[in-house]
Ligand binder design. Structure first.
Ligand code: AMP
Length: 215
């Protein structure tokens, strides 16, 4: 199955895309994670991407498309993939379609996790990421104590772009550039909305129902 996760920043795309990738045994591909890995290693791609990400702007389509095409060409994507945070523009969506068509493949489902904007902002402000295992937590979780990862003991840090000024810019990019994708996929009848305001378990259930998977 070829699945895309869309939704505003903080909607839970990463958390649920990761879980679904384990359940379906297909790779989870997050363009944000690829950019962050490159930034931390100070690669050429990372240095360029950081200029945009640190301002809450989208990385240019040409750069983003090339890393996604490379990644989707790897053998582990042959049986399906979950794209998290890609596409984020109409140009990316159209290019992805063309690329997949060339391989006689298509996007099966586009999952849109629905969360109110004020809740999203609070989530992003209290989000912490493990610098070792990259798991994501919220300061509101009882298992999170003293900035230590409950899973691996690594140090929990705030993402550089989870600061209020940058969060605001990310929402502007989302509304202007990414939201139009919802109509694009709705017109093709592959958009599936899933309520994402309740617990982790309930949101996962909503997503599985939306894509016709029964546990
Ligand atoms: P994420 O981890 O998905 O929230 O992505 C973090 C940041 O990486 C975004 O705010 C963008 O600046 C950049 N980014 C991730 N995916 C894309 C994409 N598909 N197109 C352009 N920029 C992206």
């Amino acid at each position: 199955m070829n699945i895309i996760f869309v939704g505003a920043p903080g909607a839970g795309k990463g958390t649920h895309a990761k879980k679904l990738s384990e359940m379906l045994n297909i790779p989870h591909i997050s363009t944000g994670d690829i950019f962050r890995d490159n930034i931390s290693q100070q690669t050429e791609l990372g240095i360029v991407a950081d200029k945009y990400i640190s301002k809450g702007m989208l990385v240019p389509d040409e750069i983003t498309m090339s890393i996604v095409k490379d990644r989707l060409s790897k053998e582990d994507c042959d049986d399906g993939f979950i794209l998290d945070g890609f596409p984020r523009t109409l140009v990316q969506a159209e290019e992805l379609d063309k690329f997949l068509e060339g391989k006689n493949r298509k996007v099966d489902y586009v999952v849109n996790i629905l969360v109110e904007e004020d809740v999203l902002i609070q989530r992003l402000l209290s989000r912490r990421v493990c610098s070792q295992c990259k798991s994501t937590f919220s300061l509101s979780q009882t298992c999170v104590k003293n900035d230590t990862c409950p899973k691996c003991g690594g140090k929990l840090v705030k993402r550089d772009d989870d600061k209020i000024e940058i969060i605001k810019e990310r929402f502007i990019s989302y509304h202007n550039q990414t939201e139009p994708l919802l109509n694009y996929y709705a017109a093709r009848k592959i958009l599936r909305n899933a309520k994402g305001m309740e617990s982790y378990e309930q949101t996962l259930k909503n997503i599985l129902e939306a894509i016709d998977i029964t546990k």
